[in-house]
Design a protein around this ligand. Sequence first.
Ligand SMILES: O=C(O)c1cc(=O)[nH]c(=O)n1[C@@H]1O[C@H](COP(=O)(O)O)[C@@H](O)[C@H]1O
Length: 246
Amino acid sequence: MTKNGRLAAERIMVALDYACEEQAETLVKSLEGIPCYMKVGMQLFYSAGSAFVARLKDKGYNVFLDLKMHDIPNTVKGGAESITRLGVDMFNVHAAGGVRMMEAAREGVDKAVTGAGQGSKPLLIAVTQLTSTNQATLNDEIGIAGSVEDAVIRYAKLARLAGMAGVVASPHEVAGIKEACGTGFVTVTPGIRPAGADIGDQSRVMTPPEAFAQGTDYVVIGRPITAAPDPRAALEAIIASVETGC
Ligand SMILES: O=C(O)c1cc(=O)[nH]c(=O)n1[C@@H]1O[C@H](COP(=O)(O)O)[C@@H](O)[C@H]1O
């Protein structure tokens, strides 16, 4: 159990970043029986499409569709409506698209759920600053002044204002987000690396137990599981580390 009493596995989102559905199916099969959340990102969705999402739902998984929409409000509204009709449990937009764009995403969700047949609303969340972004990139390339944490919290406040259920950020910013936006504002945190694991292209990283100790609601973990020689053993070790807190 994690701090708020929910099973650790249910709060771990496995990033199925694969080139094709066969590879993703093999991974899903190897994790059978573990009630983790499944995250489908752009690489898999653009190749396998909505049929793969439907199969995950048929198997009973919670699904986070990570397509990070960032476009004009009308286009995002339409995209959100279509995504909601897929029956996913969570999806995201970029907070950098602004309040009006995020509100439009919400309108798209509402339109889909008030239409024929669709049941529950997906959690709509906004990406703040990508966990691959470091201080120098933020200031010198992207051109946003100030600390990464300030930039993340500014986006989180905009997301809350726009009626988002929460944000994607690194675990380093979770405490500040919860303080600024309330404990019920959901945090989804990638940039997770078990101790000693290769950081790769991530910048703002923490171990799974450290991330949960910060009060995060969900962690997103890809390569430490998918690139492991035995992905099931890797996920089980992560779950055990969260349950024991070390
Ligand atoms: O929205 C996301 O899921 C996301 C946001 C972010 O800021 N950073 C980030 O890494 N992600 C996703 O989280 C996953 C992290 O994968 P690994 O670095 O392999 O653990 C990838 O699927 C990313 O697309």
